[in-house]
Ligand binder design. Structure first.
Ligand code: ZN
Length: 410
């Protein structure tokens, strides 16, 4: 059977249209979004599939951020291989904090690129445009566009046009569940019109940042998704989904926030700007998390002080893991040249910011929910077929196993 090699792995040719979906921020498990919605009778398709599908909880790559994990999923590798380790990083060449949106930062080929070269027909649709460039790197024939800029999609750049007419939907707002719904609506119409081999859909976690599992808004969102999963399944597609990360609330019952302003803490202890804390979750879309995440990196001028700083950070309440550069390469498979001298995560109840004066909390309308640490590293893994049980020998499943499971297991 025809197969494709990429990044040291071999993938079998899809026997039917295989759709892999990254359901951004879908905290899994009995108290997670999907199982809660299923138990409330709001995901009839998922309920009907449980006995005849593969449905597991796995782990994401670290940090539990969106771009990092989308790139892990679509390359089948960890950040030390593909190079994307946050939305932001401190570029040593430029000497400043830099957005990691550009595809020149991606060091591995995507599974789509390899399949396209082998002649596969592919479509990649993302919610936010920030991901489109990374996901679409080196694609020449595949349909590739974001719902955020669906109105601008054209044959030359995106290999598709008139997407609003196709979906019969207006251009969605960037901060809305419509942004994700548009992706599914477009996929249903595209599948009707042409025979594709691989489809990748990547939603946004706007809803998950805003509300907890079981809330009306979350339930409406997953009910909507369930309807589209059913439609795509009925069109004969293999449906597979995972998530880039989970999501945890960082607010106490009295409304107070569990925040660590790490730059302020380190300035107080070691002197102003002795350490430079980089919040790598920072991106141009800050409304839903205010740039608070559960993972930051730190740069030090004086490398002799690293162990002293590590020791101090470990004493701060809410901190979970503190690692040196070498340790984070080993434990979290980080790209050594992009993560600074120290890597810090907070526990599932806390989020980390830079300086109190840097973060605009007025934009946060709901209790803070965010991700980045180990507390948000559980993710769902679903395949609409019961696969050979030999997959269990892989041990803990990772979200970046999803193409392997979808294509290599019958
Ligand atoms: Zn995400």
């Amino acid at each position: 059977m025809k197969s494709v090699n990429v990044n040291g792995k071999t993938y079998s040719w899809p026997t039917k249209t295989t759709i892999v979906i990254c359901l951004d921020g879908s905290e899994p498990g009995p108290k997670g979004y999907i199982d809660t919605a299923i138990s409330m009778g709001l995901m009839p398709f998922m309920k009907s599939m449980i006995s005849k599908s593969t449905y597991e909880i796995g782990k994401c790559a670290m940090p539990s951020f969106t771009n990092v994990n989308n790139m892990s999923i679509v390359t089948g590798t960890t950040p030390d291989v593909h190079g994307i380790c946050g939305n932001f990083f401190f570029d040593p060449e430029l000497g400043k904090e830099t957005l990691m949106n550009d595809d020149s930062f991606l060091r591995a080929s995507t599974i789509f690129e390899a399949f396209e070269k082998a002649g596969a027909k592919i479509a990649v649709i993302t919610a936010k445009d920030k991901l489109k460039k990374l996901l679409g790197k080196n694609l020449k024939e595949a349909i590739c566009f974001s719902s955020e800029k669906a109105d601008q999609a054209n044959l030359k750049d995106n290999r598709i046009e008139n997407v609003l007419e196709l979906t019969k939907k207006p251009l969605p707002e960037v901060y809305s569940s419509d942004l994700s719904e548009f992706i599914f609506a477009a996929a249903v119409e595209i599948v009707k019109k042409q025979k594709l081999d691989l489809i990748y859909l990547s939603t946004t976690d706007y809803i998950q940042h805003k509300c907890a599992p079981g809330s009306k808004m979350a339930n409406d969102f997953y009910h909507m998704i369930d309807g589209y999963l059913q439609k795509l399944y009925d069109q004969g597609c293999e449906i597979c989904f995972t998530a880039d990360h989970g999501m945890k609330g960082k607010t106490n019952e009295d409304g107070s926030l569990n925040l660590i302003y790490l730059q302020d803490e380190l300035d107080k202890k070691f002197g102003k700007d002795f350490c430079n804390v980089i919040c790598t979750i920072t991106d141009p879309y800050v409304v839903h998390h205010g740039s608070f995440g559960s993972f930051v990196t730190i740069y030090l001028e004086d490398k002799n002080k690293i162990s002293e700083v590590v020791k101090y950070i470990k004493t701060i309440k809410g901190i979970d893991i503190v690692l040196s550069n070498d340790e984070s390469v080993k434990k979290f498979n980080q790209p050594k040249d992009r993560i600074g001298d120290i890597v810090v995560t907070s526990d599932e109840n806390f989020a980390i910011g830079k300086k109190e004066s840097d973060h605009d909390l007025t934009k946060l309308k709901e209790p803070l929910r965010t991700h980045g640490g180990m507390g948000e590293s559980d993710i769902p893994i679903f395949l609409s077929k019961k696969i050979d049980q030999s997959y269990k020998s892989k041990g803990v499943l990772r979200n970046f196993d999803i193409f392997d499971l979808a294509l290599n297991y019958g």
